[in-house]
Design a protein around this ligand. Sequence first.
Ligand code: 3EB
Length: 451
Amino acid sequence: MSPMISEPPICYRLAPDRRLLDGNCGMTGCGRRPGTPPVQGPDMPPCLLGHQHHTVIGYDGLRRLALMVTPDAGGSFRDQAWEAVSTIRAILRQQPEPMAVTTQTVFVDDAANVPVARQLFQACYGDQMPLTLFVAQPPCDGRALAIEAWAISTRTAQVSYRGPHLVTVTHDGLRWIHASAGALQQGGRTAYEQSADVFEDLRETLAEAGGAFQDVGRVWLYQGGITAVEGDTERYRELNRARSDFFASVPFDDRPLTTHNGRAIYPASTGIGTCGHGLIASCLALQTERPDAEMLALENPLQTPAFSYPRHYSVKSPMFSRAMALRVGDHVTTWVSGTASIVDSETKFIGDVEKQAEQTLTNIERLIDAANFERLGWSDAGATLDDLAKVRVYVKHPEDYQKCRAVCERRLGHIPAIYARADVCRPDLLVEIEGVAFSPLKKPAVLTERS
Ligand code: 3EB
């Protein structure tokens, strides 16, 4: 028999930037309450681990992580990808519970590098390959890639890896379906055909897991050449036309989980450009019988609903909600759609990226605040920018990166973030921001009697 080998001690602590916990999280090793500073370990060793930011989410006693990782040391694409993956593993290894990565979005500077990344992920994850999206959007800091990954405790959740386009996650009576579709290349199809195909593929993939499109709360659409002209129209307008046609066949007013407020309920969405040619899409669906679970589509008091934009923006309006909120257990999760400097239906601050970033963050702030939840019927919910677990910032011009980052860091603080270069669907929009917020439900007021 071989002698017992003891685990080497972990020498470097990778401290999370944020802990979003429901007061006392009840997890072993975590007596921390929200707002208290994180315990800092020694600095991570240079050159071994990449620049990492992560948030620990601990609501309902379930440990989840949002990770935003960029390699530090440069080198070849393979070196950088290796470093990013190693960093993710190091963070997971340091958790007090076993964790599994469920989904990742990989921002790459060049689609030609995707095969190398795939090979590495395969070696690293084996048959537990997260749902992986490659998005041709160069990270703004000049690195060859950046990874957004989500992980969940396998002590609580069962993760089922059902193929390259489908992962399901089950815990506490909730069943999540992550699905993806699309191709990095256009393959001789028109934008309309591409978009129609992608939505149909998503529908079929969801069906493989027993899901349907009306279970979908969040959609991401990454379109190559989003503002490019095709025939006598623009590719993004054609995507909207295909989405409208597809959504017409989805019974969105028959969502099992969602509060209606008297209108059709569209998923929250991001529709963003890439420097590739194809269309890549993903979606997140939820099924549950839990009586305390409910979803709410949010509109922004500062903005015209996208599905009511005037016709000059697109013959068929973009069918998405400004955010989708889910309440279950002790908290609310709010998926914020791609948000830009639009007030009512007009682009604000044309040519001024800093003011656009400010307006965008103000739009998000107002979208998720307690007043907006109250307006839409949830008087015990509400979130602030501090509740965001992570953000993605899509920057149109690489030279605007530092300015955008300065505004975001001033308004959001030190938050896990990836900045990537991407075209926004309107030519005058210079920046677009999306994120996910986790916030506690207000406990019902308890009347204390005095004796
Ligand atoms: C806007 O507010 C900016 O087509 O799904 C944001 C989020 C935008 C989603 C989509 C488009 C989409 O209109 C653009």
